[in-house]
Design a protein around this ligand. Structure first.
Ligand code: 26W
Length: 731
């Protein structure tokens, strides 16, 4: 359902090996390549990590010549545009289609009818679905160029169209105008807006309809393509793999079974076996509110035939794996559990980091894991070094090529050769210069775009990600207040001076997510006070550029000294920003969560600022009554911070602005901000200590970067190809 594709001009030019040529030619024409690249819309067709990962994977599959089609929706409006009004997040419609999308190729020959609602009739003992409304899916293709340009794949985004051939003239004439024209309204809604909430669902019927629209059009397209080269569908699993990006397309199992049974006359069990051979399911979250469930009533209304198939799948699972404990099944508490549906219709289920996969096995699917041993495996996420190093950080990319030679772009393990230059002053000098250049580029851009001015001679401490309480942006801003208070109390820090820091935040909060929006406002309120404080302004700056997107990430990440990966352990499935920052030489302050665990293993514990409770300790701590109050009372620093917030220091015009946030801190604190605060504070002191020794900091920075080879999305895709899809490259 989501592809955060970012801008494509420079990415395609780099992958074709033409970027510098293009820039040269444009120079000759008096045009600026950079200005041109900034002209392309950065389509926000995703909420965050899941959609960006899908795009990195598309580029890696093209680079590895793994033939693939990425299927998504061509939303008229992607994730809203974020702006700030007195520090508060304002959402306005995203309008990437305001200008003609240059990379969009319509494919009118690839279009399919998709039905909704209605009922299932029994015709001579066979179930026949009579949809109430039908819309047409039309294909819009975008090329995804592999590095080296030997292969390109297709991103196929579906748009919904009401078309005359689906117009129910008979009904219209019968006066049932609404029924006859409701497919117009339905079509308009289906590909109109991306769901903004990356944890809970609003408008369930539309969301389910969008998911079915995407899935049905895609599965029909896959079958059509298969049947142009084959006649026998029993070979489908040998030729086709469908990877479901979380449960959003999880209706694919029932849909493929429906097509095989209802349209191609297969027996149910054969259809189910073929489907399982084709499908794989990637889980990206354990957040209960993000685990999709659709009420039986809603399923009955929108997809009556699929509900029948799901019920049949449920009883088949018992036939296959034997009796099972009560309360475990595809339908529970009057709702269809899409994770379970995805599980039983897939031959492989994977988590996205080693820790996450353990938790998927232990907490999400304990029963199904026992009943189908060996079906769950891990494929740790990765990021493409083309966009996230070669494109985003050209000076550093050039230094890498000068130092380890060509080829690292498609063999990222070659970064490890950098370690041989750890004692080479020339290399270290050049390495430090690339960081300085990245900071200069960022500060120039912040000044040009947002009229924000920040000093370059400071530690750039960056946390950019979707706003969510489990990511603990709150802990970060509370610590920032503590730092501000300490500087005011002791401006030269007992004679040793303070390490100057620029704290940069970025990320959107779902419009309905009040607690996250309060935190955004607190960050901006603190920035207002801190940045204007003559005592501290040269030692501490807080910056929150609005509307974080792929293009902004490409400018922030190379400039970072410190990467904030501070989620409550057990809650971040993987993270991918953590990999992009380390790949660009930032050091990480983080918890043992998601891929942080594996990054720390690769870069070495001594090169990682670890703090906080582990996933198991988090579960235990939550069981301690009054844990939040106890932790606050134990921490003088945190008490002083919360006191300042409560007194309206950052909201002089409204002392009660943060009452709800404070109440939650003292009496709930589900995400254990208070319990981890002192440990985070100690880690931040260690950060200062190391930063005071530039040679030591730089050594760790080079080591972090040189050991990130494993986290290339090429490695992830090679694992999907070998362990799930059984696919070989075509060249
Ligand atoms: C709108 C409904 C919805 C619900 C959940 C949209 C998107 C989701 C995703 C599951 C949330 C998400 O983006 N998960 C992130 O996936 C990344 C890629 O695997 C991981 O690196 C992040 O840890 C995970 O939070």
């Amino acid at each position: 359902m989501e592809f955060l594709i970012g801008r494509l001009l420079e990415d395609a030019a780099i992958n074709l090996g033409l970027r510098d040529v293009v820039e040269e030619v444009l120079d000759g024409l008096g045009l600026s390549f950079t200005a041109l690249t900034e002209d392309e819309p950065d389509a926000a067709l995703g909420n965050g990590g899941l959609g960006r990962l899908a795009t990195c994977y598309m580029e890696s599959m093209a680079t590895l010549a793994c033939p693939a089609v990425g299927y998504g929706l061509r939303y008229e409006h992607g994730l809203f545009r974020q702006s700030f009004d007195h520090g508060r997040q304002i959402e306005t419609p995203e309008d990437w289609l305001a200008t003609e999308a240059p990379w969009n190729f319509t494919r009118p020959e690839s279009s399919y009818g998709v039905g909704f609602g209605g009922s299932v009739e029994d015709v001579e003992g066979r179930p026949v679905w009579r949809p109430r409304a039908r819309v047409r899916a039309t294909a819009h293709d975008t090329p995804v160029v592999g590095y080296g340009g030997k292969w390109a794949n297709t991103l196929r985004l579906w748009a919904a169209m009401p078309t005359a051939d689906l117009f129910d003239l008979e009904r219209f004439n019968a006066g049932d105008i609404v029924a006859a024209s409701n497919h117009e309204a339905l079509a308009r809604a289906l590909s109109r807006v991306l769901y903004p909430s990356d944890s809970t669902e609003e408008g369930k019927e539309l969301r389910l309809s969008q998911e079915y629209f995407l899935t049905s059009a895609s599965v029909q397209d896959i079958l059509r393509r298969y049947l142009t080269d084959h006649t026998d569908l029993t070979g489908l699993p040998d030729r086709v793999a469908i990877q479901m990006n979380d449960t959003h397309p999880a209706i694919a199992g029932p849909e493929l079974i429906r097509l095989l049974v209802d349209d191609h006359g297969f027996a149910f069990d054969t259809a189910a076996d073929l489907t399982t051979g084709v499908l794989g399911y990637t889980n990206h979250t354990l957040l209960p509110e993000a685990l999709e469930r659709w009420s039986v009533g809603l399923m009955q209304k929108v997809l009556p035939r699929h509900l029948q198939i799901i019920e049949r799948l449920d009883s088949r699972e018992i036939e296959i794996a034997g009796p099972r404990p009560d309360g475990v099944g595809l339908i529970g508490d009057g709702a269809v559990k899409m994770g379970d549906v995805a599980f039983v219709t897939s031959h492989r289920i994977n988590g996205v980091s080693a820790l996450h996969t353990e938790l998927v096995q232990r907490d999400l699917f304990p029963v199904l894991d026992r009943r189908h041993p060996g079906r769950i495996l891990n494929v740790t996420n990765g990021v493409t070094p083309r966009r996230w190093l070669k494109l985003a950080n050209r000076p550093l990319a050039r230094l890498v090529t000068d130092t380890v030679g060509e080829g690292w772009e498609t063999d990222l393990d070659r970064l490890s050769d950098l370690e041989r230059h750890l004692d080479d002053p020339g290399f270290l000098e050049a390495f430090g210069e690339t960081k300085h250049l990245a900071k200069q580029r960022l500060t120039q851009w912040l000044d040009d775009r947002f009229d924000i001015s920040v000093p370059t001679g400071a530690l750039y401490d960056i946390q950019v990600k979707r706003q969510h309480e489990y990511k603990r942006q709150l802990m970060n801003i509370l610590w920032t207040i503590a730092r501000w208070q300490r500087i005011r109390r002791d401006p030269d820090n007992g004679g040793q001076g303070w390490v100057p820091r620029v704290k940069i935040f970025g990320g959107k909060a779902a419009a309905s997510y009040r607690a996250a929006k309060d935190i955004i406002r607190l960050i901006n309120d603190v920035a207002e006070v801190v940045n204007n404080d003559p005592v501290t302004r040269d030692l501490l700056r807080v910056v929150y550029p609005p509307n974080y997107d792929v293009s902004m990430a490409e400018k922030l990440i190379p400039a970072a000294d410190l990467s904030e990966q501070i989620s409550t352990a057990g809650m971040e499935a993987s993270g991918t920003g953590n990999m992009k920052f380390a790949l660009n030489g930032a050091l990480t302050v983080g918890t043992l969560d998601g891929a942080n665990v594996e990054i720390r293993d690769h870069v070495g514990a001594e090169n990682f600022f670890l703090f906080g409770l582990t996933a198991d300790e988090v579960v235990e701590r939550r069981g301690v009554p009054g844990h939040a109050r106890a932790a606050i009372e134990d921490s003088q620093a945190l008490r002083d911070v919360l006191q300042a917030v409560a007194e309206g220091t950052f909201s002089p015009d409204d002392h009660h602005r943060y009452d709800s946030l404070l109440d939650n801190m003292w009496n709930n604190d589900w995400f254990l901000v208070a319990s981890d605060f002192d440990s985070y504070d100690a880690a931040q002191s260690e950060v200062d200590r190391v930063y005071r020794d530039p040679a030591l900091w730089q050594r760790r920075s080079v080591i972090n970067m040189s050991r990130m080879g494993y986290f290339s999305s090429d490695r992830s895709i090679r694992e999907y190809m070998a362990k799930i899809w059984d696919v070989l490259p075509v060249v």
